[in-house]
Design a protein around this ligand. Structure first.
Ligand SMILES: [Zn+2]
Length: 440
């Protein structure tokens, strides 16, 4: 009898223990901060040639991925939208940075939350009563968050101020963080980190998404290597240091998971290809503005997308394919066709007949006159996400993360599943999953 009681008692104790640890698990990560360094490459933390002491310290004490597959195009806005939705572009609807128009009109960026046709992590966290903040994140104007300074492409500072949250926040930041400056140098990673630090100390948000972008600008300018890239990644690393310090000052570092990721890698550019020149020569483009065309490419960095005037016009699609295949090998080496089936399988733009991804350090441009092949310079991205250089990275650090975990390869669509698991919030069905072995 006594024995049985003891046994029952131990079961009760065991249950209590299990419950406590489950609750502890759930409570461990009270805050999640996702910082993207635009154009972030895994070698920035895997190779010691880069000045990234903060990143390396987080990596040593946390987990990291050797490579993260982007989306197609591996462009900033589609990538960032996949990070906050957990789904591929066909489901969230952000296909490029700029909305493509068939008549060649000036392009508007995708910039408002209403352009995202899938549930976001911001709303899910907000619905759970959490404090949510976002800084310079693409396609986030009007997002349901408490603090916001959106990335609004080239629409200008007044639009950015108008859409900052809470109302008047952009002016508040100028006054409180930058000593009354009339302009914020957004291109400086440390400045964005200072704004993040201000919000962290003020409101200790449970979820915060932050985007810094000078590493992207540097690589567009000079390619994958060079002093400018060194400086930009060192600045981004310093921004990470500023955020860590703010978390410590606010007393929440121990229960914050810090995720440092990116949106795409980079390729050098040595050639610039204008595929619409071939379409014009073949009579498939006469006058885009007048609507006199049968097929045209929308080129975005290292990729190009074939639109047909009549989407069912298979003969024209085949004609374009034949034009591409008829080029000499010296030209054909610069592109590879991504078929409609590949686009469908990956969950990419369904509105095009097929696409091109650049090879051998080529990039694409929109010209339809002049030479189709010209010298190019700097760096670019946008390529199909199946090659190493276009992969981005991820470092994760904090409670609930298995120390020393190394993820060989994962996808951008896996970021939302990780965040919802850590925050313990309900979310709709996603395309991604938490990588095995990442969490404790
Ligand atoms: Zn980017």
């Amino acid at each position: 009898m006594v024995f049985i009681m003891k046994k029952q008692l131990s079961i009760v104790l065991l249950l209590a223990l299990v419950m406590t640890s489950a609750q502890l698990m759930a409570q461990k990560a009270k805050h999640v901060i996702f910082l993207t360094i635009d154009g972030f490459r895994p070698d920035f933390y895997l190779d010691s040639e880069w000045q990234t002491p903060n990143l390396r310290a987080l990596m040593k004490d946390g987990a990291y991925a050797k490579g993260v597959n982007s989306v197609f195009p591996s462009m900033t806005y589609p990538s960032h939208t996949t990070i906050v939705t957990g789904v591929q572009p066909v489901k969230h609807g952000v296909y490029y940075n700029n909305i493509f128009t068939l008549d060649g009109e000036a392009k508007m960026p995708y910039w408002q939350d209403s352009s995202i046709h899938a549930p976001t992590i911001w709303k899910a966290a907000k619905d759970k009563g959490m404090t949510v903040a976002s800084l310079y994140w693409p396609v986030s104007a009007d997002a349901p968050v408490d603090y916001n300074i959106p990335d609004i492409g080239g629409l200008g500072d007044s639009v950015r101020a108008q859409y900052s949250l809470p109302k008047g926040f952009y002016d508040e930041v100028k006054k409180e963080v930058f000593g009354g400056a009339d302009k914020i140098d957004n291109g400086k990673n440390q400045n964005i980190a200072q704004i993040a630090a201000y919000i962290i100390k003020k409101s200790k948000p449970e979820l915060m998404t932050i985007h810094v972008f000078s590493v992207d600008g540097a690589q567009h300018g000079v390619g994958r290597s060079g002093a400018r890239v060194q400086q930009a990644i060192a600045d981004a690393d310093e921004a990470v240091g500023i955020i860590i310090k703010a978390l410590k000052d606010a007393g929440i570092y121990e229960n914050t998971v810090l995720m440092i990721g990116g949106d795409h890698g980079f390729y050098d550019v040595k050639k610039s290809i204008a595929p619409n020149v071939w379409l014009k020569e073949a009579g498939l483009i006469t006058d885009l503005k007048a609507g006199d065309w049968k097929a045209q490419f929308n080129t975005v960095g290292g990729s190009a997308y074939l639109y047909l005037k009549d989407a069912a016009d298979k003969a024209t699609a085949n004609k374009v394919k034949a034009l591409l295949e008829a080029q000499p090998d010296s030209v054909k080496q610069y592109y590879r066709i991504i078929t409609k089936e590949q686009l469908k399988k990956g969950g990419y733009n369904p509105n095009v007949a097929f696409a091109l991804t650049a090879e051998h350090d080529a990039s694409f441009n929109m010209a339809n006159t002049g030479n189709a092949v010209k010298p190019g310079k700097g760096g670019t991205h946008g390529h199909f996400p199946d090659t190493k250089n276009i992969r981005t990275g991820l470092i994760v650090h904090g409670p609930g993360i298995r120390k020393g975990a190394v993820i060989a390869q994962m996808d951008l669509k896996d970021m939302t599943p990780i965040m919802i698991k850590l925050l313990g919030i309900p979310f709709s069905k996603v395309d991604g999953k938490v990588p095995a072995g990442l969490l404790e």
